[in-house]
Design a protein around this ligand. Structure first.
Ligand SMILES: NC(=O)c1ccc[n+]([C@@H]2O[C@H](COP(=O)([O-])OP(=O)(O)OC[C@H]3O[C@@H](n4cnc5c(N)ncnc54)[C@H](OP(=O)(O)O)[C@@H]3O)[C@@H](O)[C@H]2O)c1
Length: 305
């Protein structure tokens, strides 16, 4: 019997989008509490550009002997389930895998992942659309948890990068938690940001009770926080030092299937945006990464095997 094979996008010596290649490997079987997903769509995120560009190799976080697998986000269908996984073959799921030191990723035909890290995609929600939600909605919800509750009159929150995928989710989720949210974005993004139901600013300004730095502006965003305020960054490798009594937190998104289930439900209900900028075949991953690297993409490019 021929063994089933699967294609995946990888980098051997990471030096940007042009170093991406597709390799074919035997399909493995899921272990206990794991599922194998036949991927229908996998978004390209900024972190993927970092992996392909060797950022995390240079930080000493990758030790793969042959190649490094690309891709975090995915949506697809369970095509094999290990003992105790609790998900039937054929179930539509979405999720993300984290970590840098791996020879596999979601930019592939198949992926094996813990069943607890995925959520069932709501009926009627397209899998390509679902593929843009997991990492960034989870990250946004976990960022808003780090931000904590607004208190008394201290509820003025600036979200930088509010037209970005993480920023838009943070804006909506923080508003729901009682923050008085202003989204900072490029001038052309004002209609989108206001459409989220929050205020708009073209500049960071100063004196905010809290800043959620989804635009990764770092020091420039920290400057906008009032003395004794709160700041949550998105770059764990470049945590900012404390200053002026500001509470500083940094996000490191972790898979959480139960949380993702509620976020997918909100996305399916139209309460969270699902912006698919383009759909590109997996074999053209290098071109898609190149397009993403140019900047200005709103939403996500989704790779389809
Ligand atoms: N730590 C974690 O666990 C975690 C998880 C997810 C994401 N992240 C990080 O979070 C960040 C955002 O991710 P994302 O997926 O939301 O990226 P994205 O969709 O590219 O959004 C970033 C947004 O910020 C905007 N921006 C950048 N500089 C700006 C400026 N000076 N003024 C106004 N807008 C500005 C960008 O606009 P332009 O395109 O016009 O520049 C873009 O709209 C990335 O750094 C990502 O790596 C971290």
């Amino acid at each position: 019997m021929n063994q089933m094979t699967s294609r995946r996008a990888v980098v051997r010596v990471p030096s940007g989008p042009r170093s991406i290649e597709t390799v074919t490997v035997p399909v493995a079987e899921p272990g206990p509490a794991e599922i194998r997903v036949k991927i229908a769509g996998a978004a390209i995120n900024p972190v993927d550009l970092g992996v392909a560009g060797g950022v995390f190799h240079k930080l000493g976080l990758v030790h793969q002997p042959d190649y490094t697998g690309l891709g975090w986000d995915f949506a697809g269908t369970v095509d094999a389930a290990g003992p105790g996984a609790g998900l039937r073959v054929g179930t539509r799921v979405a999720g993300f895998i984290d970590g840098f030191d791996r020879d596999h990723g979601s930019h592939a035909e198949h992926l094996i992942t813990p069943a607890a890290h995925v959520a069932v995609v709501p009926d009627g929600m397209d899998l390509v659309e679902a593929a843009v939600v997991p990492l960034n909605a989870t990250a946004a919800a976990q960022l808003v948890d780090l931000l904590g509750e607004p208190s008394g009159t201290a509820r003025r929150l600036l979200v930088t990068g509010a037209a970005g995928v993480v920023g838009a989710y943070v804006a909506v989720l923080a508003r729901d938690r009682g923050w008085q949210v202003t989204g900072m974005a490029r001038a052309a993004d004002e209609p989108f940001v206001r459409g989220l139901g929050v205020d708009f600013a073209a500049d960071a300004g100063q004196g905010w009770d809290a800043v959620a730095d989804a635009g990764a502006l770092q020091e420039n965003a920290l400057e906008a926080v009032r003395d004794g305020g709160r700041f949550v960054g998105v770059q764990p490798a470049s945590r900012l030092p404390e200053e002026r009594g500001i509470t500083i937190e940094v996000l490191f998104a972790r898979p959480d299937g139960a949380l993702l289930a509620s976020l997918l439900g909100r996305a399916a209900a139209g309460e969270l945006p699902t912006r698919v900028a383009a759909v590109t075949p997996l074999d053209e991953a290098a071109d898609a990464y190149q397009a993403m690297a140019k900047g200005g993409v709103r939403g996500r490019i989704v790779l389809v095997p």
